[in-house]
Design a protein around this ligand. Structure first.
Ligand code: TXA
Ligand code: MG
Length: 340
């Protein structure tokens, strides 16, 4: 299939948005920018369009998708038995990098939820994303626009590398400002549960959900055969081709560890660059968690160009957005952690 490139930065914005909306309305699949990562969108009401999304990404059929809406009035079209807390959270965190899992309304294609009776819903803050949803006239299911398992795409070039020839169109917009996927919270369960950390932090959520629990899959590997609340957290994911390890500890220990290894590269903090004698890429200052998040997936894609056998990534502190970065790195490393 030839993939149409719709450039909404140097091309005509209104025309591009209308064009993407039309393709989506007719059952096509289109990669779109959002503030978190690029998404591969399809009508959430169209089972056949959703099937194309799973095929294009090579996504396991049991991993459900997030439904994106452009206006709070669309929430009742996709979910039911919506608790008051959902409206309070929506008022505070929407539009933004925040997803709520609620009871599914059966107008939503069953493939979207991979057979579950719940549905994950988010209203993005990206204006282009909301304009495309509105132009399509339907809620849009959109997983990250990468081949399943590879690092999530934060630029239109990343999307093209993974999905050119596999999707109807790619909307080329801005680079993603947040850089990691939205925070996912299950609200249908009691107590509410944080399934995936993101830019809306557990600390911020506790003001609204004092009994919020952090699902144990966030920071550990689920046991073989164990069922998890968020199927997306099961797998090795976000991973470079190069064998990746997550290394936890002080800067001086990280530096001396990587300097003693052969045929390796280090993904490190800016402060460590001058001390490291092997190949290296920095992903930001140690204490600047939002920059670490923004650079994370680009850096994981760059790793494969270094031509080394192994890469050691210095783990961030798990504070604020650091928890989201740590959660993604744990999966990128296939849960291989070195305690320094
Ligand atoms: O920021 C984001 O959320 C991005 C952009 C494109 O909006 N989308 C995204 O989608 O990250 P995806 O498919 O890569 O991740 C969806 C996550 C997975 O971990 C999945 O298991 C979880 O949400 N999820 C979706 N529906 C669920 C449900 N009904 N119950 C539990 N978890 C669900
Ligand atoms: Mg994904």
């Amino acid at each position: 299939m030839t993939t149409e490139k719709i450039d909404i930065i140097s091309g005509d914005y209104e025309e591009g948005v209308a064009r993407a909306g039309g393709i989506l309305r007719r059952g096509g699949i289109v990669a779109i920018p959002t503030e978190t990562v690029y998404g591969l969108a399809a009508s959430a009401l169209d089972d056949r369009a959703i099937e194309k999304v799973f095929l294009a990404k090579g996504r396991p059929q049991n991993n459900p998708l997030i439904v994106h809406i452009s206006d709070i009035s669309m929430l009742k079209d996709v979910a039911e038995d919506i608790p008051d807390a959902a409206y309070r959270l929506a008022e505070r965190f929407w539009p933004g990098p925040f997803t709520m899992v609620l009871h599914r309304k059966n107008t939503v294609a069953s493939r979207v939820s991979a057979g579950l009776d719940t549905v994950a819903v988010r209203m993005p803050s990206s204006i282009a994303a909301r304009d495309i949803i509105a132009a399509s006239g339907v809620p849009l299911a959109a997983p990250s626009a990468n081949i399943s398992g590879s690092p999530s795409p934060t630029t239109a070039a990343h999307v093209t590398d993974d999905l050119d020839g596999r999707v109807d169109a790619i909307v080329c917009g801005e680079d993603c400002a947040v850089g990691v996927e939205s925070t996912v919270v299950a609200l249908f369960s009691d107590p509410p549960r944080l399934l995936r950390p993101g830019a809306v932090t557990a600390e911020q959520l506790r003001a609204f959900l004092p009994d919020l629990v952090i699902d144990k899959a966030v920071l550990s590997e689920p046991a073989k055969g164990e069922s998890v609340a968020s199927p997306g957290m099961l797998y090795k994911h976000y991973a470079p081709e190069t064998e990746t390890f997550l290394a936890e500890g002080e800067s001086k220990d990280f530096v001396s560890f990587v300097n003693s290894q052969a045929d390796c590269a280090a993904v490190c903090f800016n402060e460590e660059l001058p001390e490291i004698s092997v190949k290296k890429i920095s992903y930001g200052d140690r204490n600047d968690q939002s920059t670490l998040a923004k650079n994370l997936f680009s850096v994981l894609r760059e790793v494969d160009r270094l031509g080394v056998k192994r890469v050691y990534v210095h783990a961030p502190d798990k504070l604020g957005m650091g928890l989201a970065v740590y959660n993604r790195l744990l999966r990128a490393a296939g849960f291989k952690v070195i305690k320094l």
